[in-house]
Design a protein around this ligand. Structure first.
Ligand code: C5P
Length: 326
C-alpha cells in the first residue's frame, strides 16, 4: 500500500512585535506576541511511483507547490519544507539506524500569503515536520518523535517554525522561538490586505537597523502588558489600541504605499490596523466578520493590485490531516 501522510499549519499575526538590537548571529532579539489565524497550508507526503534523480543526502525526490495565492516559492531542496523532511529522516536514522526509504514527493497546498509577513514558509516547515514524523514512525514501525522534539528541530529551521507548530497565542522571546503560552479570550476578526509584491524579511530587519541609526526615537518596544490584558479581557477595542510593530517603520520605508493601505483600512471601519510581521500584509482588526468583508471589498476597489483575506484567530498549531477531515 502507498504510504501517505498529510499535515496542516496556520499563518500568524504578530499582535506585538518589539525588535531589539542586531545580534552577532544575524538575528535580532524579539519580544513578540504571536497569534495563529485560520489561513492554512497543507503538506502531503506521498510515496512516489517515479524515482526521480536523488539530491545528495536527501530522502525526498520531488516538491510541488499548488498555490491558491499569488507568489512564487522554490520547488527545490532550498524550500524549508524539503529541509524539514530531511531533518526528520536524519533524526530517525540517528535513533533507529538508516533505512532505505521509498522515493517521497512533497506537495504543498498554499493558502498563506507568500513573503507576506505571516510565516507561510515556516508553516510549511511545521506541517512537514508533523507529516514526516507520522510517515517515518509508520515506515520504521516505532513511536513518533513527539511535539517537543519537533519544536527543537523546527527551531533549527527558522525562528517562526516553533510557533507555527504550537499555534494559539504565545509570547515569543529570543529569536522569537522561546515560547510561553498566553491566555486569549474570544475570537478576533481580521481583514488581511495582501500586496502584489512581497517583502524580504532580512531586508526589513536590516532597514530597521539603518533607520535606527538616524532616528533615535525608534527604540525597541519591549512591553507587552497592554496586549496581554486586552487578550485576557477578550476586548477587541483594547487589543486594537495595543497593537504594535517595531518593523512597521521599516516596512513603510521600503514600501511607502502601505501608508495609504493603513489609512484606508481605518477609514473603512477597522478598529485598528498594523503591518503584519515584516510585511507587506496589513492586518486590520474588525468588530465582526461582516465588517471584515466590507473592508476587503472597499480596499480592493480603491487600491488596484491589492486583495484581501478574511481570517480569525486564535487558530490551533500544526496537526495531522487536512481541514477537510476536521
Ligand atoms: O529564521 P528565519 O529564517 O525565518 O529568519 C529570516 C531572517 O529574518 C533572518 O535571517 C534574519 O535576517 C531576520 N530575523 C531577525 N531576527 C529574528 C528573526 C528573523 O533578524 N528574530
Amino acid at each position: 500500500m502507498t504510504t501517505f501522510s498529510q499535515a496542516t499549519a496556520h499563518g500568524k499575526i504578530n499582535l506585538h512585535l518589539g525588535v531589539g538590537a542586531a545580534r552577532a548571529d544575524g538575528y535580532h532579539d524579539l519580544v513578540t506576541v504571536f497569534q495563529s489565524v485560520d489561513t492554512h497550508d497543507t503538506v502531503t507526503l506521498v510515496e512516489d511511483e517515479y524515482d526521480f534523480p536523488r539530491v545528495d543526502g536527501s530522502a525526498a525526490v520531488n516538491l510541488e507547490c499548488v498555490s491558491h495565492v499569488r507568489g512564487e516559492v522554490p520547488e527545490d531542496p532550498s524550500n524549508l519544507a524539503w529541509r524539514a523532511f530531511d531533518l526528520v529522516v536524519d533524526d530517525y536514522a540517528d535513533r533507529h539506524g538508516a533505512r532505505d526509504l521509498p522515493p517521497v514527493s512533497i506537495r504543498i497546498d498554499k493558502r498563506i500569503p507568500v513573503a507576506g509577513g505571516m510565516a507561510g514558509g515556516s508553516a510549511d516547515a511545521a506541517a512537514t515536520l508533523v507529516a514526516a514524523d507520522d510517515f517515518l514512525a509508520r515506515a520504521y514501525g516505532v513511536a513518533g518523535l513527539g511535539r517537543n522534539r519537533l519544536v527543537e528541530l523546527g527551531a533549527s529551521l527558522g525562528a517562526d517554525v516553533p510557533f507555527t507548530l504550537v499555534g494559539g497565542t504565545a509570547l515569543g522571546t529570543g529569536r522569537g522561538d522561546q515560547l510561553t503560552t498566553m491566555l486569549s479570550r474570544g475570537k478576533y476578526h481580521w481583514a488581511l490586505i495582501l500586496s502584489k509584491q512581497g517583502l524580504s524579511t532580512p531586508k526589513v530587519f536590516g532597514k530597521l537597523d539603518e533607520l535606527r541609526d538616524k532616528r533615535p526615537e525608534l527604540t525597541p518596544s519591549l512591553e507587552t502588558r497592554a496586549v496581554a490584558e486586552a487578550l485576557i479581557q477578550g476586548d477587541p477595542f483594547a487589543l486594537g489600541a495595543a497593537l504594535h510593530n517595531d518593523l512597521q517603520a521599516a516596512a513603510l520605508s521600503l514600501k511607502p504605499d502601505l501608508r495609504r493601505v493603513l489609512e484606508l483600512g481605518k477609514e473603512a471601519g477597522a478598529i485598528a490596523g498594523v503591518v503584519s510581521g515584516s510585511g507587506p500584509t496589513c492586518a486590520f482588526l474588525c468588530e465582526d466578520a461582516a465588517a471584515v468583508d466590507q473592508l476587503i471589498v472597499r480596499l480592493s476597489l480603491e487600491l488596484p493590485g491589492t486583495s484581501g483575506l478574511r481570517v480569525s484567530g486564535p487558530a490551533e498549531g500544526a496537526y495531522l490531516g487536512s481541514p477537510a477531515g476536521r
